[in-house]
Design a protein around this ligand. Structure first.
Ligand SMILES: CC(C)(COP(=O)(O)OP(=O)(O)OC[C@H]1O[C@@H](n2cnc3c(N)ncnc32)[C@H](O)[C@@H]1OP(=O)(O)O)[C@@H](O)C(=O)NCCC(=O)NCCS
Length: 179
């Protein structure tokens, strides 16, 4: 079916996917709330992927019919914070509003709680203005915990952020496993 957005799979992102990942890395609508600046050259985006994405412990391309259309990552903390990990995601703007990242977040959460049995808490920190991302987390069963004032720098400016979490013991995690 032409407009079937349910066939979402994950795989590793590779430098040979450059034409696909440039669709989101070169889009200012996508980078607005991201730590990276919009990439104007394919070479610079490939270097970023080589340095940050490929060595990352849990970073997947979100694929629609095996074509990368975005990405999702789970970054583990270490030491006393090893019980938690932070979720991040981006999607090419032409695919927004079709439920794709909500599906991807549910898939990622179900997967990491199985892959990392020590993980107690998956969290996400979202700019207060990023309503779409907050809605994704609510739909995926995360709990909104509150606002962290001037919590991080976004493009050099301090930002208020909303923090969300999903615990391995939250009952909705069981539903995610069988979604
Ligand atoms: C945020 C983002 C990941 C959402 O992905 P998506 O696949 O479009 O999300 P979904 O379709 O699963 O759900 C989006 C929800 O947000 C809602 N939404 C989107 N923009 C909104 C806005 N400005 N105000 C209120 N709700 C909004 C949609 O209506 C939808 O909710 P609904 O199903 O109840 O109608 C995507 O827009 C994106 O990649 N943005 C740029 C990168 C980014 O911000 N990443 C997150 C950093 S924390």
């Amino acid at each position: 079916m032409e407009n079937d957005y349910s066939d979402i799979t994950f795989r590793l992102l590779d430098l040979s996917d450059a034409d696909d990942f440039m669709e989101w890395y070169s889009d200012e609508k996508v980078s607005e709330f991201c730590s990276w600046n919009t990439f104007t050259s394919k070479q610079a985006a490939m270097q970023y992927v080589a340095d940050n994405v490929i060595p990352h412990p849990w970073y997947k391309a979100i694929c629609l019919k095996n074509k990368p259309i975005g990405s999702i990552s789970v970054t583990p903390f270490s030491g006393y914070d090893i019980c938690r990990a932070e979720l991040g995601y981006v999607l090419g703007s032409k695919y927004w509003g079709k439920g794709i990242v909500t599906t991807a977040v549910k898939m990622a959460a179900a997967s990491v709680f199985v892959e990392w049995p020590h993980l107690e808490r998956l969290e996400a920190v979202v700019a207060v203005e990023n309503m779409g991302s907050q809605r994704v987390l609510e739909k995926a069963g995360f709990t909104r915990e509150g606002v962290l004032r001037k919590y991080y720098l976004l493009k050099g400016k301090p930002k208020d952020a909303v923090i969300f979490s999903l615990l391995s013991t939250d009952p909705q995690v069981n539903y995610l496993m069988y979604d």
